[in-house]
Design a protein around this ligand. Structure first.
Ligand code: ADP
Ligand code: ADP
Length: 230
């Protein structure tokens, strides 16, 4: 059974076709880079995978379960990190556990010991254990994205989605963040889909590439098949 199965998915916003008749399957543990220029439909597809947007047509299954709404077992990393700047890296990472705690509980949260350990482990995975007590607001852009990855890991996802996670970073920080994400995914055998628009960066990190253009899949293959004009 594939970890992700997308069958004939189309999403329209009025007259705009954001994604058109897309189908693919992703086996468990695969690290997929979703490549395409701005407006290609990457965000829309990721939001459909996460249940944040309903497709107009078609179906999405995660581990054989149809996606019908927001899923707590899907972790998401955004271009904008959405960290609480006044909280420590550790506290921010811990909030990944909130999907399993009620909203009321979260106000006075007593996190489980296992969640605290998971937060520290996740910070270790992204190379920020020594910075655990540092305020997110005082961190670099790359460090913030790494905290965002740690937070997604604390959620114990079955699927990790990253929507242009390095778009606002300089090339060196972008490479670092992608490297940590790949390590994290491999360590946990975590199925990952990360969207990027930079082909050069993508070349270094993908195992499989799905190229989108004008809402359609124009490429689906391995690194050796990747051409510059995807
Ligand atoms: P990408 O992430 O590759 O930049 P998007 O998925 O954001 O692409 O957008 C794909 C197309 O769908 C674009 O033409 C965009 O303007 C359109 N679109 C995306 N979201 C909406 C929306 N909520 N309402 C209307 N049009 C949208
Ligand atoms: P409580 O269980 O009372 O909510 P915590 O022990 O989780 O408190 O955290 C208290 C503060 O100490 C937080 O601001 C957190 O960022 C920091 N903290 C706790 N444990 C660690 C740790 N092992 N490494 C880094 N910072 C930590």
């Amino acid at each position: 059974m594939p970890a992700v199965s997308v069958q004939n998915v189309t999403k329209r916003f009025g007259d705009t076709v954001a994604v058109e008749n897309i189908s693919f399957e992703i086996p468990e543990g695969e690290f997929v880079v979703l490549l395409g220029p701005s407006g290609a439909g990457k965000s829309t597809l990721l939001r459909i995978l996460n249940g944040l947007t309903q497709p107009t047509e078609g179906t999405v299954h995660i581990n054989d379960n149809p996606v019908t709404g927001r899923r707590s077992d899907v972790g998401m990393v955004f271009q904008m990190h959405y960290l609480v700047e006044t909280m420590s890296a550790y506290r921010n990472a811990l909030t990944g556990a909130l999907s399993r705690v009620s909203l009321v509980e979260s106000l006075t949260t007593q996190y489980e010991r296992s969640d605290k350990l998971a937060a520290l482990e996740a910070l270790d995975t992204v190379g920020l254990l020594d910075e655990a007590r540092q305020r997110a607001g005082s961190m670099s852009g790359g460090q913030k994205q790494r905290v965002g990855i740690a937070r997604a890991l604390v959620q114990r996802p079955n699927l990790l989605l990253a929507d242009e996670p390095v778009a606002s970073l300089d090339p060196k920080a972008a490479e670092e963040v992608m490297g940590y994400m790949k390590t994290a995914a491999h360590e946990r055998d975590l199925t990952t889909v990360a969207s990027l628009h930079q082909v050069n960066l993508a070349r270094e990190f993908g195992e499989r590439y799905i190229g989108l253009r004008d809402g359609q899949v124009v490429f689906d293959g391995g690194r050796d098949d990747l051409t510059m004009d995807v």
